[in-house]
Design a protein around this ligand. Structure first.
Ligand SMILES: Cc1ncc(COP(=O)(O)O)c(C=O)c1O
Length: 388
């Protein structure tokens, strides 16, 4: 047999989520590592999907998505974010944001093109860019504010920059980028004639009165932004894998072509149910946000009472522990390993989200869990703290 197999993939270590979740299972640890809710999401959307499975066609839907979902996505973003999208020409439905991202990268990138990427980065980004032959150019963001600077942009962009891979709200940093940072990035994209693939899967999970501002709405960005969304995140149904890419027609057409050869289409009953769910108004989404914010506050208060220092969480399902500020003199990987093995709580290191020069003293915790899980996590993290 001729080896190695695909070198990009064989070089990839197991993801931090696999490592920590396997450890959590083996050790029966409380799992605050992986980012999914531990109870099921939107009951009405699930009921709609179940009914649709029995009453509607289960054969291949159109490759770019069912018209009713594409129109619902456009309508949703018009009502919530003031965008003016043509559902039939500017929305492509994919099997999760993950596939939408891969389709965008494959559809838009040529081998050798440069891609500006912000660290910390979601784990799938770098292998995707490398598989497409892209050349990553990293911008390093750091705690506590994770701000984008003109200097960092100037260093990363070049005449060869084709794409920018951007994530806002940012997993794992749990920040919503301020308007000034969005403006800086938009100006850099316009100046360098670059396209932004903007992963906005956390757009509905923002707290404390914030609202999500899509970079597509900034001057000069309408024609050069691919906005990525995920029904899995919007409805807390992470296993569904229904995502969408929204972009001007030439970009959407390129993405639709890639999608046609990746998965071709996405389960029709799930598409119908997501279309139904997106039709709700904010009275439906606000309580979900409030529940997450309450869980965030419970975890933050419990950890603070135990002497931990946490960074502000403005969005996503995540809260960050600052080990250094908590007077724990250990690398996050050492802390996470001992916390799992000796104190029974699985976490996720932020260093795992860096390809180079990682931030080493921050640990990510997922708070989209029931109170007992959070309380158990706090107790075990307090035990972990006493190990150092
Ligand atoms: C930033 C980011 N992008 C994409 C995804 C994946 O979304 P999906 O499950 O819809 O593929 C996640 C999931 O955690 C994420 O955090």
């Amino acid at each position: 047999m001729k080896t190695p197999f695909n070198p990009v993939l064989t070089a990839q270590p197991p993801t931090i989520f696999d490592v920590m979740s396997t450890l959590a299972r083996e050790l029966s640890a409380v799992n605050l590592g992986q980012g999914f809710p531990d109870r099921d999401g939107a009951p009405d959307v699930r009921a709609f999907a179940a009914k649709s499975l029995m009453e509607n066609s289960n054969q291949y839907p159109p490759s770019p998505g069912l018209p009713e979902l594409r129109l619902a996505v456009a309508d949703h973003y018009r009502r919530f974010q003031g965008l003016d999208l043509d559902g039939m020409r500017e929305v492509v439905v994919a099997s999760g944001a993950t596939e939408a991202l891969m389709a965008a990268i494959l559809g838009l990138l040529s081998p050798g093109d440069e891609v500006v990427m912000f660290q910390p980065l979601y784990d799938a980004y770098l292998p995707m860019v490398k598989l497409a032959g892209g050349v990553p150019k990293f911008i390093r963001l750091e705690p506590p504010h994770w701000r984008i600077t003109p200097e960092a942009l100037a260093k990363a962009f070049s005449p060869r920059t084709k794409l920018v891979l951007f994530n806002n709200p940012l997993n794992p940093a749990a920040v919503v980028f301020p308007d000034e940072d969005l403006a800086l990035l938009a100006q850099a994209c316009v100046r360098h004639d670059a396209i932004v693939v903007s992963d906005e899967v956390w757009e509905h999970v923002v707290f404390d009165g914030r609202s999500h501002r899509p970079i597509m709405a900034l001057p000069g960005m309408r024609e050069r932004t691919v906005k990525i969304g995920s029904a899995g995140k919007i409805f807390s149904l992470t296993g569904w894998k229904v995502g969408f890419a929204c972009a001007a027609p030439p970009l959407a057409a390129a993405i639709a072509k890639a999608h046609a050869f990746l998965t071709f289409t996405t389960s029709p009953n799930l598409q119908r149910a997501v279309a139904y769910g997106l039709g709700h108004d904010d009275a439906y989404f606000a309580p979900m946000r409030q529940d997450f914010a309450r869980a965030r506050d419970r975890l933050a208060a419990g950890l603070t009472a135990e002497g931990f220092s946490v960074l502000p969480s403005q969005g996503t399902y995540f809260l960050l522990l600052d080990l250094q500020a908590s007077c724990i003199d250990a690398d996050a990987t050492v802390f996470a390993d001992r916390a799992a093995r000796e104190a029974g709580v699985a976490t996720c290191t932020v260093s795992a989200f860096y390809a180079q020069d990682p931030v080493r003293s921050v640990v990510r915790l997922c708070f989209s869990k029931q109170d007992e899980t959070l309380d158990g996590g706090i107790e075990r993290l307090a035990k972990a703290r006493r190990l150092f």
